[in-house]
Design a protein around this ligand. Structure first.
Ligand code: FAD
Length: 475
């Protein structure tokens, strides 16, 4: 078998690359080891987690209504089978759509595991009958999109179903009475929130001094204040796990806090300490592809690796490990194949934490600016001044711009509050388009909406905010 382009991996990087390459008239084969397309994002990540988080959010809104707003509901009764089935049906609908679109675009999809024999040949092993006779697939170019998997230190590896990664946690086989979440990154916080809202006593342990280590402290604070009571087992920072010992009906865990060592038993443990690239065991040593020390594939801004036949996209080639970055890489890789260009598409990759409240940022963060000694000024709009935020009872939010003091150009935006993940898209456009702080105030935002906080923060900077008094700056 020969294909001009072979895409290895059918996640949001791989299927996007295959579809876009086919749209350019290239002959494309997509090799994916799972029976369905969609990758981590659709099958084990973004989509199932958001389906469950939406349920969690409905439960939390009922709680809030009952407690503060004069409407009483009885405690929700949770039908776990139905919650799980709804999540599965969303995945099924989207994966089915991808399979159909692949057919309509004439992308040849093979269900198999691919491994490089050399720079232009893959050995395929797997379930697909079409490869029973000829098990090698040659190509002019391969787009490597094998993604990533949960990182687990070898001493914590276990066959016990009580020790889970996000893959098992998203199966939602039951609601454990107690759950230890190891890791205060976005996966730990999102899945911890789901289980806490469904009724687990969640305890979170994080090695660093704050949750979401890359996020700005002022954005994390309102989230911490909400999660601290929700995670009724407690949130422990600056704390390291020293041992995990699964037993038949619980898991024993020992950990070192700043005040000394502790031990506790949990019904289940979720390990969410990060993800590692799927770059080992796929024969890359038979090619000229180079990996960095963490195993990420090295590639240039056109996604070309050091092997002229192989491009790499998505999680396998580095941070940020996000679906929309994988898709953007896919566009770039196809552009490289077609026009041999490596002008980057966009530098501004937004990040969203889909907790309640949500945290979102784009462009420069204060954490990065301080670390890299980049000069900036900050303009903050506290949501307490927003009529919409007050009306929905969410005045803990804030929107801020980071601004270049020399040019007034918008360098970055950070937000915390419900819907921050939707609002950040406007900031991405403004930053990508090199807008100045003045330009963001030139468009009229509808009232009363949370989108007003974006122009509001810019008006605060210029001393022109109506609901907030701040002395005027020189234009
Ligand atoms: P993947 O999606 O990992 O796809 C790689 C594919 O390659 C897989 O299907 C795999 O089976 C296949 N494969 C691997 N090796 C081989 C081989 N040798 N042969 C054949 N096939 C192979 N990102 C966001 O942007 N927003 C979110 O809200 C979000 N939530 C997440 C929640 C969770 C719980 C997790 C775990 C991740 C989440 N992510 C989120 C991250 C997102 O899922 C990844 O960044 C994204 O899926 C990366 O896409 P990819 O195409 O690079 O790789």
């Amino acid at each position: 078998m020969h294909s001009r382009v072979v895409v290895l991996g059918g996640g949001p990087g791989g299927y996007a690359a295959a579809f876009l390459a086919a749209d350019q008239g290239l002959d494309v084969t997509l090799v994916e080891s799972e029976p369905r397309l969609g990758g981590t994002c659709l099958l084990h990540g973004c989509i199932p987690s958001k389906a469950l988080l939406h349920v969690a959010q409905m439960i939390s809104q009922v709680d809030e209504l009952s407690q503060q707003w004069g409407i009483e509901y009885s405690q929700p009764a949770i039908d776990l089978d139905q919650v799980r089935n709804r999540k599965e049906s969303i995945i099924e609908a989207l994966a089915g759509g991808l399979a159909q679109i692949a057919k309509r675009r004439n992308v040849h999809v093979i269900q198999a595991t691919g491994s490089f024999i050399d720079s232009t040949t893959l050995q395929l092993t797997g379930a697909d009958e079409s490869i029973a006779i000829d098990k090698t697939l040659t190509f002019d170019h391969c787009i490597l999109a094998t993604g990533s998997r949960a990182a687990i230190p070898s001493v914590w590896k276990s066959d016990s179903p009580r020790v889970m990664t996000s893959d098992q946690a998203l199966q939602l086989t039951d609601v454990p009475s107690s759950l230890l979440v190891i890791g205060g990154g976005y996966i730990g916080l999102e899945l911890g929130s789901v289980y806490a809202r469904l009724g687990s006593n969640v305890h979170l342990i994080e090695m660093a001094e704050q949750l979401l280590i890359d996020a700005d402290k002022d954005l994390v604070k309102p989230l911490y204040q909400k999660l601290d009571p929700l995670f009724s087992g407690g949130i422990e920072l600056n704390t390291q796990i020293t041992s995990i010992t699964p037993q038949s009906n619980h898991v024993d865990v020992e950990y070192q806090t700043p005040d000394g060592s502790q031990s506790k038993s949990f019904d289940r443990v979720l390990i969410a300490i990060g993800r590692q690239p799927n770059s080992l065991g796929i024969g890359l040593e038979h090619t000229a592809v180079e990996l960095d020390d963490a195993g990420f594939v090295q590639c240039d801004s056109g996604q070309l690796t050091s092997d002229p036949h192989i491009l790499a996209i998505g999680d396998v080639c580095g941070h940020p490990m996000l679906a929309h970055k994988a898709t953007s890489d896919a566009r770039m890789a196809v552009k490289t194949l077609i026009v041999d260009s490596n002008d980057p598409l966009s530098g501004c990759i937004p990040a969203v934490i889909f907790t309640d409240p949500e945290i979102a940022w784009a462009g420069l963060t204060e954490t990065a600016a301080q670390r890299d000694q980049i000069d900036y000024q900050v303009a903050i709009y506290p949501w307490a001044a927003s009529g919409r935020a007050q009306a929905i009872g969410r005045n803990e939010g804030r929107t801020k711009w980071l601004i270049d003091p020399q040019t007034n150009r918008l360098l970055g935006c950070g937000m915390v509050g419900p819907g921050a993940g939707e609002l950040i898209a406007t900031a991405v456009t403004a930053i990508d388009q090199n807008w100045t702080v003045e330009q963001i105030t030139e468009s009229i935002a509808p009232h009363p909406t949370l989108s007003e906080t974006l122009s509001g923060a810019a008006e605060v900077f210029l001393g022109e905010a109506i609901e907030i008094y701040k002395p005027k700056r020189a234009r």
